[in-house]
Design a protein. Structure first.
Length: 656
């Protein structure tokens, strides 16, 4: 058993972890311990299970066996395994994006149907109607996207535009021509586009049609599985090139579509103050935790929790009201758009239940531990799974259907409210710690804040007030003390006058320790130049840009600067980092950052060290192919230094 101080730097996690131990509840940290020692072949990436002649594994010390039964060597196996991770990560993001596009299409079609039936649907506004489950909340953004995509907007109703944009998005998933994605073409600056076109040639593989430009989101993912099937692609170079291509289908396709169309449906985030950490759970209220990734669900839960009938029921059952809080990325979605408090990041999902104060944890897809069901069994908490593609044994299944979204969301909230009397008051212990912070820094909100352009940021960079920008993203991983590396790397970079933007569980970590408060600039963790800049503009030294799919906001921001300077993204003094990476999605994000030209640090060593050629490609050769590469460094201080050095190198190259 671990000491509570070893698992996390977060006092709420420490307390709840201790409480779990007292109660004999097994958590992620015990399960990790029971897995020790973890398989050395797996850690190095040299085991292959891609066919039934195997499983095969390669001797990492250079002796026999040097080859799998089919003859694949360590580099082939490592590269194939990595490509499968990228493909799975890209699939998760992109399927999420598809779901959003389909929801927009359904919304437009329902509005059309309502119109024909003579129900009230307004022509030119947001197709609002009280009985439509989803509406267009940001008409301006819808128009802006349509214009980027080259869709004629003149004289069209919002319904028509929504339908056309959704159709272009959906076409990007399944089209069969060799053209790059429509969304990629609409969003990417020409200089970076050119780099994608030429990347394969530079890598000595001119037969890659379109270079590493993805043709369709689904196709590149399918091709990843095809290439890694026994007896297909064996050259680590071509396998990894296809990895770049697949990840770019995530970046400039699936994830971008998710972010952009979520903004259309639910509103583009604007700066707003909110709170984070387990202290946002309320003793006298019905507590509902929305956990997972898709706001198509969590938005509706937030709405349903304001339903007067359900509020009345909650009061009747002895609660003061209904308190919806977020967890992981779907929490960030409703945090960014409505200031709904976020209870925690990945490693706090079990901890939230251990408070004994959660009536229901409502989950959809990704990053939800099946163990939540086991922990919930020790309390009255109900785990409610909602996605037809994610079922948790032992949970309550209330599967979601967009067409009946309001009805189902109410049923879910009602289930939570009715569970309130089952709470054992003596078993409730909510840690008091919570922290305020400013969130909602979409690209649009940033532009608005700086008076319509990024000039002030660019000028501060040129002057040297800010040395550069770092995008900090990604998960928690129990192999690292929770939030430790997130915060250390953030502080070390801010001390060196690097402005931070970030998403995902990093952003929740940053918020918990006050980094999203402008006052944080007064601490010793922020350098004098960055301090002066953020004070002048009234912003915190780090900007919360949202969930994991919102990493595309970071790309779009970098793209705008690249356009202003007429250079590819790879020329900018910008770096990325996933200090506590865990998911396959994080692997895809890291890869698409690098492929897009942003050198990226990983704080967890991915399973690649068994393939020396692969390691060389990822950490060195990619500089010549896409102008960026991976930095792998578990020590947060060294990592921050390496990232800073990269920024300074880029500054020098730009002559600033
Ligand atoms: Ni999508 S992917 S643990 S919730 S950031 Fe958090 Fe974010 Fe990683 Fe998952
Ligand atoms: Fe072994 Fe080759 Fe089959 Fe992999 S594909 S399991 S290395 S025989």
């Amino acid at each position: 058993m671990k000491k509570y101080k070893e698992v996390s730097i977060d006092p709420t996690t420490q307390k709840m972890y201790e409480r779990a131990q007292e109660m004999g509840i097994e958590t992620v940290w015990e399960r990790l311990e029971k897995q020790q020692p973890q398989c050395g072949y797996g850690l190095l990436g040299v085991c292959c299970r891609n066919c039934m002649m195997g499983p095969c594994r390669i001797n990492p010390f250079g002796g026999e066996p040097r080859r799998g039964v089919c003859g694949a060597d360590a580099d082939t196996i490592v590269a194939r395994n990595l490509l499968r991770m990228i493909a799975a990560g890209a699939a998760a993001h992109s399927d999420h994006g598809r779901h959003v596009a389909l929801t927009l299409l359904i919304a437009a079609e329902m509005a059309e149907k309502f119109k024909k039936e003579g129900k009230p649907v307004l022509e030119l506004d947001n197709m609002a109607s009280s009985t439509l489950p989803y509406q267009v909340r940001d008409v301006e953004k819808l128009k802006a996207i349509a214009e980027r995509l080259g869709i004629e907007t003149e004289g069209k109703t919002v319904r028509e535009l929504a339908k056309e944009v959704a159709e272009v998005a959906l076409n990007d998933f399944g089209k069969q021509d060799e053209e790059a994605l429509a969304f990629l073409k609409a969003y990417l600056n020409p200089k970076t586009y050119e780099m994608f076109e030429k990347a394969a040639e530079k890598a000595g593989m001119p037969w890659f049609e379109n270079g590493i430009l993805p043709r369709s989101i689904d196709r590149e993912i399918v091709e990843s599985l095809h290439r890694t099937h026994i007896g297909t692609d064996h050259d680590p170079v071509s396998i990894l090139l296809h990895g770049l291509k697949t990840s770019l289908g995530d970046a400039w396709g699936g994830s971008l579509i998710a972010t952009e169309l979520q903004d259309v449906l639910f509103g583009t985030p604007q700066v707003i103050k909110a709170e984070a950490n387990l202290g946002v759970l309320k003793e006298d209220y019905v507590n509902i935790v929305v956990h997972g990734h898709e706001p198509v669900l969590s938005e509706k839960i937030v709405e349903a929790a304001q339903d007067p009938e359900l509020l009345e029921l909650a009061e009747k059952l002895g609660a003061k009201g209904i308190n919806v809080v977020g967890m992981c990325c779907t929490g960030l979605e409703v945090l960014m758009r409505h200031g709904i408090p976020i209870a925690g990041n990945f490693l706090q999902q079990e901890m939230a239940i251990v408070t004994g104060a959660v009536e229901a944890m409502v989950v959809d897809v990704q990053c939800i531990m099946p163990a939540t069901v086991d922990v919930a069994r020790c309390f009255h908490t109900k785990i409610i799974d909602t996605s037809p593609l994610a079922t948790f044994p032992g949970a309550i299944h209330i599967k979601f259907d967009e067409r009946r979204a309001d009805e189902i969301a109410k049923e879910i909230v009602k289930t939570a409210v009715e569970n309130f009397p089952n709470r054992s008051k003596v078993r409730v212990e909510i840690p008091k710690e919570k922290m305020a912070g400013y969130v909602g820094f979409s690209v649009e909100a940033i532009l608005k804040h700086f008076g319509g352009s990024l000039k002030p940021i660019e000028e501060a960079i040129v002057e040297g007030k800010i040395k550069g920008v770092a995008g900090l993203v990604g998960c928690n991983n129990p192999k690292i003390k929770q939030d430790h590396n997130h915060i250390k790397i953030a502080n070390e970079l801010m001390k060196r006058d690097v402005l931070l933007v970030g998403t995902g569980c990093w952003a929740t970590a940053a918020m918990k320790y006050g980094i999203f408060l402008p006052e944080y600039a007064d601490t010793e963790n922020v350098g004098p130049g960055l301090r002066e800049f953020v004070k002048e503009w009234g912003i915190p030294p780090a900007l919360n840009m949202g969930s994991c799919v919102d990493c595309t906001r970071i790309l779009v921001l970098a793209d705008l600067v690249a356009r202003d300077l007429n250079v590819p993204i790879s020329a900018l003094p910008v770096v990325g980092s996933a200090p506590e990476a865990m998911t396959e999605k994080a692997v895809s994000i890291g890869t698409y950052f690098v492929a897009s030209g942003i050198t990226t640090h990983l704080g967890i060593v991915p399973p690649v060290l068994g393939g020396p050629k692969v390691v060389k490609i990822l950490t060195q050769d990619l500089y010549d192919i896409v102008g960026a590469a991976f930095i792998v460094e578990p020590d947060p201080y060294k990592a921050a230094k390496l990232m800073y050095d990269h920024i300074m190198k880029k500054r020098k190259e730009l002559g600033i």
